[in-house]
Design a protein around this ligand. Structure first.
Ligand SMILES: Cc1cc2nc3c(=O)[nH]c(=O)nc-3n(C[C@H](O)[C@H](O)[C@H](O)COP(=O)(O)O)c2cc1C
Length: 172
């Protein structure tokens, strides 16, 4: 088998393997060039608590990448099962980035970073570091402020696995 074919087969097996992962769905938002940007993302993880920090993996082909590259701050908005349509809206590339925000209830404070009002948790971060790897950039953010919706305890997290939205259920 040619090296190119082996590479393609491994890539395809990798994609299939990663589809089995179940991940929480979020919308990352930022303000850049005087407007709002947002993108649906599952490649987000807690990094450490000292300092409170997390990391994001962003495809450099996405419009959001150009925006976050210029922004010094961003917000991670966790989604609940009621946000499936919002997630779908923010996973589409559109001509005017502001159009995405007609889906969901958005607000901003003095810093101008949009946050989803009824999100279970909004985590506001400052960009601390970025690294490039393959097609993506890894962005490390240090947490500056956290907002929690009053409904947080009642909201069930929106998950994505096997190319579909789903929700958690108890195993016993
Ligand atoms: C459930 C789900 C999770 C996603 N996670 C990521 C992610 O972690 N990183 C990423 O770069 N793109 C991710 N995407 C793809 C972006 O949301 C998609 O490319 C979007 O169109 C980007 O918008 P933009 O071109 O306006 O930046 C995800 C899409 C979906 C549906």
């Amino acid at each position: 088998m040619s090296t190119e074919k082996m590479k393609k087969e491994l890539e395809s097996a990798f994609r299939s393997a990663m589809r089995q992962y179940a991940a929480s769905v979020n919308i990352i938002t930022c303000r850049a060039r005087g407007t709002w940007y947002g993108m649906t993302a599952t490649a987000i993880t807690s990094l450490c608590a000292d300092p409170p920090s997390l990391l994001l993996c962003i495809n450099r082909g996405n419009n959001f990448y150009a925006a976050i590259s210029e922004a010094s701050e961003f917000c991670v908005n966790l989604l609940g099962t009621q946000h499936q349509e919002v997630s779908a809206a923010f996973s589409r590339t559109v001509e005017n980035p502001l159009d995405k925000f007609s889906s969901g209830r958005w607000n901003c404070e003095l810093d101008g970073i949009p946050y989803l009002v009824d999100s279970p948790v909004n985590i506001f971060c400052k960009v601390a570091s970025t690294f490039s790897f393959g097609t993506h950039d890894i962005v490390v953010g240090t947490c500056e402020r956290i907002l929690g919706s009053e409904d947080a305890g009642r909201s069930s997290p929106l998950l994505y696995t096997n190319g579909q939205y789903t929700s958690v259920s108890a195993v016993n």
